[in-house]
Design a protein around this ligand. Structure first.
Ligand code: IMP
Length: 430
């Protein structure tokens, strides 16, 4: 008989940048194993502890906790340069090396993936760009699914690497030269660094599926840390303006080898308003000075690219869709303090198109870009909430806003972020 399972999955509920890194870090003291399972260095998880800011793009946000195990699962696309930069920085600060495990089956983001990501974006031209992070994510997942990818294990075996890369690079060079009129990449310029990355990665490689299986069966507290968010999901998001991985709950299983019945809880991270980076429909985007105020108050600039984020209001139908998709049990509500002093708080409860009103999230991208949001305005608050330690200390209107969200989504809000620091969090039973 195995012990009682204790596996939490944390997912973004909007278009990313909900503040997942902070929530992971906040829950961290109680967690034994932190796992990333999809996406790659396109993520930007910001963690602030004792006023010190750390941004993780690839490593799990739990890396700041000494002695815990951090896992990069098979579903991730691993950028070795980013991996070495992030681990190097942490180890320079004296972190313990033994606690990181990398799946041999994670696909490797190669230099030609990043190159093709940028060339494809340029070629798409105005009006068709996706606004990718340029981290090679899409082209790497394309190679994974077309079975032309290199996995971490391929980098470690110099003979296999040489054999596979010879064929793969030949194909890439055809595309690079014939389709994009660029100079071909020289074999040794790709092979030599890749071989060295393999050497550097080798000490971390482990059978992460088996390792997670054991940890789950022993009742260890595992936190599966989603990157990006439901509305950027390759299947269920606002396609084609999405990322190339399964960002909602289902991705956690293919991306780790854990099974659906291992999961004990799904934590959906919801920002108290909405933001989006890159192109694509965003019904509640605010183009007035209110949107600018949200951006300024919330520091809404991309952690990976530095791009200003598009800002707007909470979208209830979008969030209901996201809760359903993820089977969310609890919500971690972040950045409530950003709404302080905003006057009335707008919440989208329905949409209108051609005189028809409806309350469900439209899943075709064209309709999404044509609908008009229908807003309800809730009373705001002016008192600083950044030092509030309990729900009761929040101004009545802030409490009412939280309760409104719970009732609209039918999911309890168990954690409330009232500031950037780990400690600026109200725990209501997470
Ligand atoms: P890609 O993941 O770089 O291919 O970018 C595809 C889309 O996902 C673009 O709109 C990006 O801005 C968006 N995206 C990717 N990663 C993140 C993230 O961590 N936060 C927010 N948006 C993201």
């Amino acid at each position: 008989m195995s012990a009682k399972k204790n596996v939490d999955l944390l997912v973004g509920a909007q278009w990313g940048d909900e503040g997942k890194g902070k929530v992971v870090d906040m829950l961290g003291s109680d967690v034994d194993v932190f796992v990333r399972f999809q996406g790659g260095a396109n993520a930007g998880h910001t963690v602030i502890t004792d006023g010190q800011k750390t941004v993780f793009h690839l490593l799990p946000s739990g890396m700041l906790y000494p002695g815990k195990l951090c896992v990069l699962g098979n579903g991730l696309v691993l950028d070795p340069e980013q991996f070495l930069a992030e681990t190097g920085e942490l180890f320079a600060k004296g972190q313990d090396r033994a606690r990181l495990a990398v799946s041999p089956h994670a696909h490797v983001v190669m230099p030609y993936h990043k190159m093709l990501d940028k060339l494809q974006e340029e070629a798409r031209g105005k009006g068709r760009k996706i606004g990718t992070t340029g981290r090679g994510i899409g082209p790497c997942y394309v190679d994974k699914y077309s079975r032309s990818g290199l996995r971490v294990e391929d980098l470690i075996d110099a003979d296999i690497l040489r054999e596979r890369l010879t064929y793969i690079l030949d194909e890439k060079n055809q595309i690079i030269t014939r389709l994009y009129n660029q100079k071909p990449l020289a074999f040794d310029e790709i092979y030599e660094p890749a071989r060295k990355w393999g050497e550097a990665l080798a000490p971390y490689v482990d059978d992460t599926r088996a390792l997670l299986r054991r940890a789950a069966d022993e009742g260890k507290h595992i936190l599966l840390e989603g990157a990006q968010a439901a509305l950027l999901d390759i299947d269920h998001g606002t396609y084609p303006y999405v990322t190339s991985s399964s960002t909602s709950a289902a991705g956690a299983f293919t991306g780790t080898g854990l099974a659906p019945n291992d999961l004990t809880r799904v934590i959906a991270v919801v920002k108290a308003y909405t933001t989006r980076v890159g192109e694509g429909p965003f019904p509640t985007e605010d183009f007035t000075e209110m949107g600018e105020k949200l951006r300024a108050n919330g520091g809404e600039f991309g952690a990976t690219t530095g791009r200003p984020r598009r800002c707007g209001w909470l979208d209830v139908p979008a969030l209901r869709y996201s809760m359903e998709l993820n089977g969310a049990n609890v919500i971690a509500l972040t950045k409530l303090d950003v709404l302080t002093g905003m006057g009335g708080i707008k919440v989208c409860t329905a949409y209108e198109k051609d005189g028809t009103r409806f309350t469900s999230w439209p899943t075709d991208t064209r309709t999404l870009s044509e609908i008009q949001p229908v807003y309800e305005t809730l009373p705001g608050w002016d008192d600083d909430i950044t030092n509030c330690k309990s729900f009761d200390e929040l101004p009545a209107n802030a409490q009412a806003y939280v309760k409104y969200i719970e009732s609209a989504l039918n999911v309890p809000v168990a954690l409330i972020g009232v500031g950037a620091d780990r400690n600026q969090t109200i725990n209501r039973g997470m």
